[in-house]
Design a protein around this ligand. Sequence first.
Ligand code: ATP
Ligand code: MG
Length: 740
Amino acid sequence: PDLPDSPLLSQLNPNQAQAANHHTGPALVIAGAGSGKTRTLVYRIAHLIGHYGADPGEILAVTFTNKAAAEMRERAKHLVQGADRLWMSTFHSAGVRILRAYGEHIGLRRGFVIYDDDDQMDILKEVMGSIPGIGPDTNPRVLRSILDRAKSNLLTPADLDRSHELFISGIPREAAAEAYRRYEARKKGQNAIDFGDLITETVRLFQEVPAVLDRVQDRAKFIHVDEYQDTNKAQYELTRLLASRDRNLLVVGDPDQSIYKFRGADIQNILDFQKDYPDAKVYMLEHNYRSSARVLNLANKLIENNSERLDKTLKAVKEDGHPVVFHRAPDHRAEGDFVAEWITRLHGEGRPFTDMAVLYRTNAQSRVIEESLRRVQIPAKIVGGVSFYDRREIRDILAYARLAINPDDDVALRRIIGRPRRGIGDTALERLMEWARVNGTSLLTACANAQEMNILDRGAQKPVEFAGLMQAMSEAADNYEPGPFLRYVIENSGYLDLLRQEGQEGQVRMENLDELVNAAEEWSGENEGTIADFLDDAALLSSVDDMRSRTENRDKPEEAVTLMTLHNAKGLEFPVVFIVGAEEGLLPSKNALIEPGGIEEERRLFYVGITRAMERLFLTAAQNRMQYGKTVAAEDSRFLEELGDGFDTVDPYGQVVEYRQKSWKDYRPTVPTRPSAVKNTSPMTEGMAYRGGEKVKHPKFGEGQVLAVAGVGDRQEVTVHFPSVGTKKLLVKFANLSPV
Ligand code: ATP
Ligand code: MG
């Protein structure tokens, strides 16, 4: 069809423009990585408003991470007027918003709190003990993942009972269902909901109260979902219900990037879209604007190895670019050093640190990388992993705040009653819990009534004092803005005394608490709302992704290299990408080897990683890796084999040891012969200067003999024996040695 003349659409290629010009009814944009799906989605929103006269207040766009939502909002701001009225959020935050507004219709009480993974574990540990079929050595995590999966699939405890499996993840079916049932009851008693509930309860609300659905639909006449290939059953149903009235649903996705099966994502949702909406318009995008041709070819080659896939065309728009580099390091530390060397070198050539990202399969791999980077003073920020809101002191203070606004939150109470110590020991706590159980009250009510429990002869006053403290905090919560309220909590909880005893570490934690107050104040500057709303946001941020990266990205991108898991990298792009740990058992992961479809899922994950790279891609593997405290031999990932001649193998100096690419010649000029030779000016340190046995002179220690040499470039280290002071390890760069 003909396209209207529009300065917006002219910034898209013809296929993208057709999709962006889609007006009403269902539509599916299905295309490979970097083909401009997200860009098209944002332009479509702008075009809806600018050309078709839609109101920003009736447009909803859903993405998977806060980071992606923030990025989308940022892009939209440049293209549309009234962008702040657009509803752009993750599925989870959309759920919170709806449940806060209408949850009472399905029995959620005001002020409910959101439990995160740890809170879930606390409840599960409590309820699982007395269930037949669940042994004391059962890991509560297994139960938690059963629950999460059930919720992703909209299954209730009764549904589990009815299922045909005898065992679910090794746990007898009836026992799993019973744990689920008790968990739900306990959570409800504490006026809490968990992450899964944010979706499932919203679905239930829409099903049970059509009037509410209708109200929300007024706010979502045009619905967009990015990364649709990763929706699970619950999210699918939520989307379906929302779109059921106006049917203006546009979803975009790439089946080859479906990487959340373990969390219940169902690739079938995108494949079945045309079945669900027979009148859906389908748009295909076939040009990749993100990656160099070499990188893209590598990605295409890899993904062709998947048997269950929809064949798509994806052609490079960019030139060949730099060769892709592979390096096999002797061990995980050397692997980290290799990455650090290259980052230093590229930074030296003028690349900002923000252009570079290191991606890994598991969070645990980040530690070694971080250490390698820190040694050579490369700033790094970890996205995901232990985020700001997951830190102990932050969670403690937020638990106080939670309890202040929801006196039924027993999980929060148990977290903080001993921080700082208040003379309420384990036995006393058990009695309080017993009393609360018998009388059907919250733990806090039990504390307030501790005097009545003759069992607590000594120290009954302590719980009463604690209840008084919480009462005061509760009043403060009603009267203060979020920032000042948190300061009040920090100062009145006695928490600072606790930190003062922790010395240096306590100091750091205090600074983090200051940062928390800052975050709350900053939040108030941008949002209307009470401490309860702030806590909602904080709860969502801690588990889904990192809040700091969000604030940082918005204001001033911090000059740092990004470290994150392959999963977290979805949808993002970086000029330079390192993918580390390309080894069997890691990528593909051990679990994938036994799961049906596991290898294909890992291949998609690797595909996601490769397609994040715009200009340069580095792959690394270690031959030995520390695992569970032991160093074990590792094998190259099978995926490397599948890449064929798509990359060159280099040694630690960046010298090609195995040319595989046809046009390897253009590789040379970009690689200095010796990384160290560029920076070191001392004649001694040019090239591999030192050899064992050599005599050297140090300005302070005098003459000595080199015993050993380790490392390369700026990190080259020598062990020298000086008769004057004994054996010393020195960094060549700083040691100021000269030959004798
Ligand atoms: P992914 O599958 O990784 O989510 P995507 O399909 O959503 O990728 P985008 O992130 O929208 O792709 O686009 C990839 C890059 O290509 C972005 O930098 C985007 O600005 C750029 N791009 C997309 N289309 C065009 C175009 N028509 N002209 C110029 N640049 C484009
Ligand atoms: Mg995208």
